[in-house]
Design a protein around this ligand. Structure first.
Ligand code: F6R
Length: 237
């Protein structure tokens, strides 16, 4: 395991460092394939990337992106879709080509076929150069929830109660929270050449310790990252 753990003072510092790593990746390979995450944690990183773009420090003109996941049964036009999140928080503010951003299609009639097609698209693009990850309170990465095995490829997954609870903060009632999603598998994530894991808030300290320093087990999906050979973790605690 080669793990570079960068400890920062606060969320602003975490976001700045994460954005610099992503910008550095694009500078060293302008046609990079980036893997992006949604959620609260990377919002500041995306703001910093927008700032770097506006300053002329980074150019997204040749970049391709693949997001980790998308709710199933949620159309792109829904403000709670991850598609909308990525456009609002990043894509609409940078010079990325329209056709260069990808998320699983949450409106696909056949979620299994959509998952297979998404996995194939990532492979055809040459794989992900740098994958940005957050971690769930239960150790999930993407929507790979604690389980008795590590799901290998992009798949349709039922969300756990703990994840539905965590996501309900974005909805008027728990009933409205999507119950399933399409997500890259653990194998998809592990195939990325580099991983950038962002962890914010002391509430995640315990799961971080389990994931990075505990036994590798599908009960803590992020623990598999210990077997990846190029992981950078940035924490703000
Ligand atoms: C998001 C994703 C999730 C989040 C995780 C942490 O695309 O795949 O695994 O990274 O749930 O979410 P936040 O950052 O909101 O705590």
């Amino acid at each position: 395991m080669t793990m570079n753990h960068i400890q920062t003072e606060n969320y602003a510092a975490l976001s700045k460092k994460a954005a610099l790593i992503i910008a550095g990746q694009i500078l060293s390979k302008p046609g990079s394939v980036l893997g992006f995450a949604t959620g609260s944690t990377p919002v500041g990183t995306y703001e910093e990337l927008i700032r770097l773009y506006k300053e002329g420090a980074v150019d997204f003109g040749r970049v391709t992106t693949y997001n980790l996941d998308e709710y199933y049964g949620v159309p792109r036009t829904d403000p709670n879709s991850y598609y909308a999140f990525m456009h609002t928080n990043l894509f609409d503010h940078i010079n990325i080509e329209d056709g260069a951003t990808h998320l699983p299609n949450g409106s696909a009639a056949d979620p299994v076929a959509e998952s297979i097609a998404y996995e194939a698209k990532i492979k055809a693009a040459g794989g992900v150069d740098l994958q940005v990850l957050g971690i769930g309170n239960n150790g999930h990465i993407g929507f790979n929830e604690p389980d008795d095995h590590f799901p290998a490829v992009t798949h349709h997954v039922q969300l756990t109660d703990s994840t539905i609870d965590a996501n309900s903060r974005f909805y008027a009632s728990r009933d409205e929270v999507p119950k399933s999603a399409l997500t890259m598998g653990i194998g998809t994530i592990m195939a990325a050449k580099k991983i950038l894991l962002l962890i914010s808030g002391t509430a995640k300290k315990e799961i971080m310790e389990k994931a990075l320093y505990g036994p590798v087990t599908p009960q803590v999906p992020a623990s598999i990252l210990q077997f990846h050979n190029d992981v950078t973790v940035i924490t703000d605690f």
